[in-house]
Design a protein around this ligand. Structure first.
Ligand code: G3P
Length: 217
């Protein structure tokens, strides 16, 4: 499973890249607002840090304006992926970009039927929001399983990108459910390496090693 960093904070992306834990990046208007920075500048900086796909979301609501915005964003770098909302207008724009050979990420997906429409429109990625479904007492991971089954059954090339992933458990469950990608906040990605027994065991090894008085080099 690929890891995309779900953030618009360039320093966090740089750090993940150093650990080899960065397969791509997703942004959205809320993350851009949180960064307090210029959208296109941030996307250009992120694209310079990774060869992986970098999702940049359109703001328009009608297909012609989405297409104009997306074409503008696609010119920033070759690895920009145009993020479009899962609306009829967004699907229309998705078909346009698919025909142009420009990659797309169809976002704000909350049902298998929505995902099926995105796959039929040729979306490169479909982004079901697992955390927001869980917030409502629904089962976000069940949606990942359903979409993966649909994509496999009909051999759609669309990749299932688990989004609104908020915890280590979400990452594990998304992997088990067969998500091709999970987009995850950097703090959660880094947290995956932590375990209290790792810390405890390492402290004991360090103590015992010091008592040997030896050095390896
Ligand atoms: O990728 C979409 C994601 O950023 C949404 O996450 O936590 O706002 O539901 P959240």
């Amino acid at each position: 499973m690929k890891f995309f960093a779900d953030t618009a904070i360039v320093a966090d992306i740089e750090e993940l890249a150093q650990y080899g834990l960065l397969d791509g990046v997703t942004t959205n208007p809320s993350l851009i607002a949180k960064s307090g920075r210029d959208f296109k500048q941030v996307i250009a900086e992120i694209c310079a840090l990774t060869d992986g796909p970098v999702s940049a979301e359109v703001a328009a609501m009608e297909a012609p304006a989405m297409i104009a915005e997306g074409e503008h964003l696609a010119r920033i770098a070759d690895n920009v992926v145009i993020k479009l909302p899962l609306t009829l207008e967004g699907l229309k724009a998705c078909r346009h970009f698919t025909a142009q050979g420009i990659r797309t990420n169809v976002t704000l997906c909350f049902s298998a039927n929505q995902a099926l429409l995105a796959a039929k429109a040729g979306a490169t990625y479909i982004s079901p929001f697992v955390g927001r479904l869980d917030d409502l007492g629904l089962d976000g991971m069940e949606l990942i399983r359903e979409i993966r089954m649909i994509c496999d059954t009909y051999a759609f090339e669309t990749e299932v990108l688990a989004a609104s992933v908020r915890s280590a458990n979400h990452v594990k469950e998304a992997a088990i459910a067969g998500a091709h990608v999970a987009t995850v906040p950097p703090v959660v990605i880094k947290g995956l390496a932590s375990h209290v027994l790792t810390d405890k065991g390492l402290a004991q090894f360090a103590k015992d090693w010091a008592e040997t008085g030896q050095s390896i080099l």
